[in-house]
Design a protein around this ligand. Structure first.
Ligand code: ATP
Length: 315
């Protein structure tokens, strides 16, 4: 699947045809995506979709099996110091030294980053309500996530990379973390790359999104464009349809009897005429939620795989 790409000068991350297998398991298959400079880029996908594997390639922790990965137009495996010095990274389970106090963590992390901004770190510490004297192992899961975010953010990285940063946290801590993320972007020219399996979270904070499903990129683009391109129609047929009607341009069709819900991607002007030709009337037209869009695209991938498996078995 091809998606529009900015020029490499505009892209903070530029991934082309990336494939990765672990034994017989394909974790990433021909993934190409471009993260533009500035704004929040949300990577969404169910558990096991390949999000962490993709992030590990951006960090240079995994070498591309095939395809290429460029971060700031540099290969992160060939130049880890050059790339990692400009990235702030927070993983799903931040690996913090439990014996350290919060203020020690701040001084310790400062040693790794020449651009560390202690005044900004202090501001974040206060904003997150972290006691400077508290040992990290005594902090709650939410407080540990905030301490990890502080350490990832206070050197004002060009790219803040967050792998499921709010996984397992309560709604208030999630909100605090997302707000800190949005403020990071308000710092001129900074980019946040944020992975989550929570679509509503991605929808709330992202300007651009990419959707991974079973290692494949099923959609990528600006959130506004994606939402505008998709449309849902409820069609009513004069008679009961015993199987889903085949409508050119439909991404997904669901329903039963006389009423069927049809989602289209880019064919919204043509679809009403096609429905009319089939004798159906449109009883409702609306914008689908991001969740509905994701499910429709994931379903297309699943049925394409089932078809190709059927063809392989037939040969
Ligand atoms: N080191 C590894 N060895 C074997 N299989 C792996 C390894 N790392 C990842 N995988 C497999 O690759 C697939 C993608 O895993 P990945 O962790 O990238 O998904 P994810 O989208 O981040 O999932 P989650 O939301 O659960 O963290 C999974 O099927 C996983 O089991």
């Amino acid at each position: 699947m091809k998606f529009p790409s900015p020029s490499s000068a505009e892209a903070v991350v530029s991934i082309t045809g990336l494939c990765r297998r672990f034994g017989s398991k394909t974790a990433l298959q021909e993934v190409s995506l471009y993260v533009p400079r500035g704004g929040v880029f949300g990577l969404v996908g169910a558990n096991g979709a390949g999000k962490t594997t993709l992030i590990k390639h951006i960090l240079g922790l995994l070498r591309a099996e095939s395809g290429s990965v460029r971060v700031f137009d540099v290969d992160p495996v060939a130049d880890p110091v050059g790339v990692l010095g400009r990235i702030g990274y927070l993983s799903e389970q931040p690996d913090l030294p439990g014996w350290m106090r919060v203020d020690e963590l701040m001084r310790y992390t400062q040693a790794f980053y020449p651009k560390w901004d202690m005044a900004y770190a202090e501001k974040l510490r206060e904003q997150f309500g972290l006691d400077p004297a508290a040992r990290l192992k005594t902090l709650s899961k939410g407080q540990q996530a905030k301490a990890g975010l502080l350490a990832a953010q206070a050197h004002r990285p060009d790219l803040l990379l967050l792998d499921e940063p709010s996984s397992g946290l309560d709604p208030i801590v999630r909100r605090d973390i997302l707000e800190a993320v949005i403020h990071t972007v308000a710092d001129e020219g900074r980019t946040v790359f944020f992975s989550s399996h929570l679509l509503e979270e991605i929808e709330r904070v992202s300007d651009h999104i990419a959707m991974l499903h079973e290692g494949k990129l099923v959609m990528c683009g600006s959130l506004d464009e994606i939402k505008l391109q998709h449309r849902c129609f409820i069609l009513r047929f004069p008679t009961t349809q015993t199987k889903p009607p085949v409508i050119a341009g439909a991404l997904s069709v669901s329903g039963m009897g006389r009423e069927w819900s049809v989602m289209c991607n880019g064919a919204r002007n043509e679809l009403p005429a096609r429905a009319l030709q089939m004798g159906a009337e449109i009883v409702e037209e609306r914008f689908p939620s991001l969740n509905e869009i994701f499910v429709a695209h994931a379903g297309v991938t699943a049925s394409a795989r089932a078809n190709s498996e059927e063809q392989t078995t037939a040969h």
